[in-house]
Design a binder for this molecule. Structure first.
Ligand code: 16G
Ligand code: ZN
Length: 533
């Protein structure tokens, strides 16, 4: 049975702010760090239960608020294969976080144990890490109290990127099996990625240095370390690496800043030369956005859609060259935020599916292909190789030297890509591989297709929960009649497309609009926002 006395002793040290309600959403729990103490304690207990439920498999816990401002923080659970927490447990997480009294809390615990048939005598294993936020250590302590309350000492990985933590979880749980994923340490991660990268670019000229805006977050030290493994195969210039400067994290830098403002981080303006490529990571290094300045110093964004286009087309070519066309099917998964021009470009080359926002939806949909490429426009994405694709690659006997080369490239790609979750640094290496193979600079990459002008607007509404969507968030079903009004407006714009959806991470509704011309895209966005308000 539950060690109720020990739990209560620790529970009382982490009182819940009485007026607050928490929700485990697309990004786990995420809000101002100052109110998260009780949540972290309870997540500690939940992680132990999740592990017991899965027969002692290792569960991951990541403490981060990603691209959000420095005073925020958050926490997410990672399931044994390195993927997001199973959706049905999100509800359990919220219930535990919202229990007001110790009595309510125990009742909620017992209900979870009963309904999911947990045997408390099973072992539990938990590995955890945090980003560089100043609130991290105190929240870790609260989380560790949750583990202690259940009699567990977890494995503390200190400060790591989100994708490294996901990688570790997968490595630990596949150790000694035929699905072994790598050595379960950051060193193992570095060796796996850098050795695959070196094989993939062998014989290619050394590229111009790549500038990385590390968002003043955990990506900084991680990119520094990666740099030592890559040596001269990829010269990196790491900027915005001030992880100790208060207030610097994600401030006027990072992938989210660049994507949402469609501007160069001011800190790069004196460094970046025309034609030189650069990229930005977000605060936990799971998003990646590239860009460059042209000869007229104009800024050009190479976002998640452009990455998907570059990478998916490359993989399709390799599959053909390896003689595996028809055996290995490659598909792409996007969300409604994907630029219409990217969807058109990709659809002309391979199957494309649209799913609701949130990594769990993208990841699941990508699993339906032998090779599933998924990217959100915001720069979060990865490539999944199905178990049968892995077998096919391992067993395929090439009939020409060209086939053999392509096959080896595909196999090395499976090692280069972090298949557990979007990983800015692994994705960056993948982009660099394709650029090297194609002899592309940012300019040629950019010219694969031209983005339609687009605009994103946040609308503060009384109750965002009345907004309900269908068709992968592209249409509203509620409030009743609103979609018909939107349709009337949208059809007046050349190349017009717009949709409205409630945010999963903030108390707002988001409006996205695109059109053939910039002023029309802006106007459409504001007209739609006016109808929503
Ligand atoms: C989270 C999601 C991201 C999504 C964003 C949408 C993960 C790891 N991240 O950051 O995929 O694009 O939320 O936020 O799931 P929104 O619902 O507020 O627009
Ligand atoms: Zn992130």
């Amino acid at each position: 049975s539950l060690p109720l006395d020990t739990i209560q002793k620790h529970f009382d040290l982490h009182p819940k702010p009485s007026t607050l309600q928490f929700q485990y959403g697309t990004a786990g729990f995420r809000t101002s760090a100052s109110v998260l103490d009780s949540v972290l304690f309870r997540v500690g207990i939940l992680a132990v239960l999740r592990s017991k439920k899965l027969d002692g498999k290792t569960i991951g816990v990541m403490i981060t608020a990603s691209h959000n401002p420095e005073p925020d923080n958050g926490v997410k659970l990672v399931d044994p294969r390195g993927e997001m927490l199973e959706a049905s447990w999100e509800h359990h997480a919220s219930t535990l976080a919202n229990a007001d009294t110790f009595g309510d809390f125990v009742e909620a615990l017992e209900l979870i144990i009963k309904s999911t048939k947990i045997e408390l005598s099973k072992p539990a294993r938990v590995v955890y890490a945090r980003d560089t936020r100043p609130s991290g250590p105190a929240l870790i302590a609260a989380f560790e109290d949750g583990l202690k309350a259940m009699g567990l000492k977890g494995r503390d990985e200190g400060v790591k990127t989100t994708p490294v933590l996901h990688y570790l979880v997968r490595c630990i749980n596949t150790k000694g099996t035929k699905e072994e994923y790598g050595e379960d340490s950051e060193t193992g991660y570095m060796m796996k990625l850098s050795s695959a990268f070196k094989k993939l670019v062998a014989g290619k000229p050394i590229p111009q240095p790549l500038i990385i805006d590390c968002a003043n977050g955990v990506g900084g030290p991680t990119a520094e370390l990666l740099s030592t493994y890559l040596g001269e195969t990829l010269p990196l210039i790491n900027l915005n690496t001030a992880t100790k400067t208060l207030g610097a994290l994600n401030n006027a830098c990072g992938a989210d800043f660049v994507k949402t403002t469609q501007r160069l981080p001011p800190s790069l303006s004196s460094v970046l030369k025309p034609g030189q490529r650069a990229c930005s990571l977000d605060g936990d290094a799971d998003r990646l956005i590239y860009y460059y300045l042209d000869e007229r110093n104009q800024f050009h964004l190479l976002d998640g859609d452009k990455i998907a286009a570059l990478v998916a087309a490359f993989i399709v070519e390799l599959v053909k060259s390896a003689g595996l066309e028809g055996t290995i099917d490659v598909g792409v998964v996007q969300t409604a935020y994907a630029n219409g021009a990217s969807t058109k470009y990709l659809s002309e080359r391979l199957p494309v599916r649209c799913v609701p926002t949130g990594v769990k939806y993208l990841h699941h949909a990508a699993e339906h292909y032998s090779v599933g490429v998924y990217f959100e426009a915001n720069g979060h994405g990865t490539v999944l190789f199905s178990p049968s694709a892995m077998e096919t690659l391992a067993g395929h006997i090439p009939s020409t030297p060209a086939q053999s080369t392509a096959l080896n490239h595909l196999i090395n790609l499976t090692h280069l890509v972090n298949q557990t979750v979007g990983d800015a640094l692994s994705d960056m290496l993948m982009v660099e591989v394709v650029l090297a193979h194609k002899s592309y600079s940012g300019i040629e990459w950019d010219s694969l297709y031209s983005d339609l002008p687009n605009r994103l607007v946040r609308v503060v509404v009384k109750d965002r929960n009345i907004f309900k969507t269908e068709d992968a968030e592209r249409r509203l079903v509620s409030p009743q009649g609103l979609q018909a009004k939107l349709d009337d407006v949208i059809k007046k714009y050349d190349g017009g497309r717009a949709f409205v959806r409630p945010s999963g991470t903030e108390d707002v509704v988001r409006v996205y609009a695109e059109a053939t011309l910039r002023p029309q895209a802006d106007e459409l966005a504001f007209k739609v926002a006016g109808l929503v308000y």
